[in-house]
Design a protein around this ligand. Structure first.
Ligand code: TYM
Length: 332
């Protein structure tokens, strides 16, 4: 069976972007592949996190994975920091990555541009190498991600090839990306030229998977659009284009069908309609989440971490051993 691997950072509550760009697709393919889905908590600390928030967000993310439809019985769901091999392989791969290529990563450039060089964390710079380690430990065939992770995935492939060439062995499989056509790039509701992000300082820019109906409708009503007042799928109307994309992700209608459906309707009504379908869609997830988020389920969640970490470790420890042997470390 082919293998899939992917992860989400618990640096806040998960967003509609994470759902349409990642989770919804993960759920669709969970029966066709052996799937490894993790919570990327090691990645989260590249941006300062309050420890209690990080802990809470990590637990919430596990419950949201399940509430979105991932079945813990058939998928390996785990927390990245529970499997120490991720950090260890990242150290080795640091020696197969170059400063120049890492400094050209657009996410690094974006996240570091407002900071003085003395205050930019090495972890933020090195983040793609840790991501390469996450992937290469498991020899996945496919890595399903949103558009914004394309460049990171590419560098993981470059690092894998370079390592294999240096040691003259096919230690790492070169994985393919899997970027779904719709939902791969959900934009901020407040700035449709920026991706929707859980770390946006303005909470009106993103929809959290746990936002209640009123909040969702309010955020869509406030969504930044333009003055055309025609529901049209065009790059010149990025705000409306984004809303059409979101509506399309929920209803699975095409942009053409949506243009037709809202032909003679102004933006106000269209925004309401998008808010309504999103609120309905998230309500199902939230109902399941609320059931899971009860003190009596603590034990069940612990079992999921435990089972996930054990399965992940089984694969990761073998690969790391092979890597250590290959680079010349004395294997115990
Ligand atoms: P993260 O936590 O930023 O996002 C998790 C997943 O959600 C997708 N995504 C989006 N898709 C569409 N529209 C958006 N606005 C949007 N925002 C986020 C992302 O593309 C991603 O698929 N570095 C990764 C986490 C990671 C990882 C990995 C992923 C760490 N190691 C190994 C795959 C394989 C990240 O920060 O994703």
């Amino acid at each position: 069976m082919k293998r899939i691997l992917s992860g989400i950072q618990p640096s806040g509550t998960l967003t509609l972007g994470n759902y349409f760009g990642a989770l919804k697709n993960w759920v669709k393919i969970q029966h066709e592949y052996e799937c490894m889905y993790f919570i990327a908590d090691l990645h989260s600390i590249t941006v300062t996190q309050a420890p209690n928030n990080l802990r809470e967000n990590t637990k919430k993310a596990v419950m949201q994975y399940i509430a979105c439809g991932l079945d813990p019985e058939i998928n390996t769901i785990f927390v990245q920091s529970h499997v120490h091999e991720h950090a260890e392989l990242a150290w080795v791969l640091n020696n197969s990555a170059y400063m120049g290529e890492l400094s050209r990563m657009t996410q690094f450039k974006d996240k570091s541009k407002s900071q003085k060089e003395d205050a930019i964390k090495v972890g933020l710079f090195d983040y793609p190498v840790l991501m390469a380690a996450d992937i290469l430990l498991y020899d996945p065939d496919l890595v399903p991600v949103g558009q914004d992770q394309r460049q990171h995935l590419e560098i993981a492939r470059v690092i894998a090839r370079r390592f294999n060439n240096q040691y003259g062995k096919e230690i790492f499989k070169i994985p393919d990306g899997y970027i779904a056509e719709t939902g791969a790039k959900i934009m901020s509701l407040q700035d449709p030229l920026k991706k929707m992000s859980k770390s946006d300082a303005n909470p009106n820019g993103f929809i959290s998977l746990l936002d209640d109906r009123d909040t969702i409708i309010k955020k869509f009503k406030k969504a930044v659009t333009d003055s055309e007042n025609i529901v049209r799928y065009s790059d010149e109307q990025p705000g409306i284009k984004n809303l059409i994309n979101i509506y399309s992700c929920v209803t699975e209608k095409t942009p053409k069908e949506i243009e037709k459906e809202f032909e003679s309707v102004g933006y106000g009504n269209f925004k309401m309609a998008v808010g309504e379908v999103v609120a309905d869609c998230l309500l199902k997830i939230q109902t399941k989440y609320d059931e899971l988020n009860k003190p009596e389920n603590e034990g069940m969640l612990r079992n999921i971490y435990e089972k996930g970490a054990n399965r992940a470790e089984e694969i990761a420890s073998k690969k790391l051993r092979e890597v250590y042997d290959t680079v010349g470390f004395v294997v115990r």
